[in-house]
Design a protein around this ligand. Sequence first.
Ligand SMILES: Nc1ncnc2c1ncn2[C@@H]1O[C@H](COP(=O)(O)OP(=O)(O)OP(=O)(O)O)[C@@H](O)[C@H]1O
Length: 184
Amino acid sequence: MASRRGPVIAVSGPPGSGKTTYARRLAEDLGLEFYSAGMFFRELAKKRGLTLLELNQLAAKDPSIDLEIDRMTYEVGLRGNVVVEGHLVAWVLRDIADVKIYVTAPLDVRVNRIAARDGVDVSVALRETIERENVHRRRFLAYYGIDINDLSIFDLVVDTSKLGIEEVYRVIREFVTLVLSRSR
Ligand SMILES: Nc1ncnc2c1ncn2[C@@H]1O[C@H](COP(=O)(O)OP(=O)(O)OP(=O)(O)O)[C@@H](O)[C@H]1O
């Protein structure tokens, strides 16, 4: 459903799937503001005078940190004219997003991408990726009763391992343009 406040596009997917790559470009091309769960996390760390590591450690014990990130995500969604990117943001914005996109790729592809991008060992990237996905999945089930393996809320699901960046982006861009033009 189209919002009167301007488009809200949510881009979700597991670590290393390409969310940031495609969400940033969409925002640029469509003249929308770009936000990410990572940005909200950094903003919250600053507000509380904590380092990212400290906030991470706190979040592992205190569920209110992640709920605060979800609240920040929702508030930005309510403003409209945004592309919001994050593993779980599409579920947070499920009632207000005009387009919900899920990008994904097999675990081995994503882990190799993360290792190359962050300059870390593949074994380290693998451990951290699995850990991150498990934490996110458990949290969403515990707090919202939502199974994030259920992709039925999404309008478009793209396997980013099958095509190059430009081709994937073209698929996403064309789909978003079509949906927005139909819903306005
Ligand atoms: N279709 C593709 N083919 C090859 N590499 C790709 C493709 N799409 C994205 N990548 C690369 O994968 C890496 C991960 O992409 P990106 O950082 O956008 O993922 P992400 O989902 O935001 O990751 P994270 O959740 O870890 O922040 C980047 O180096 C990006 O250039």
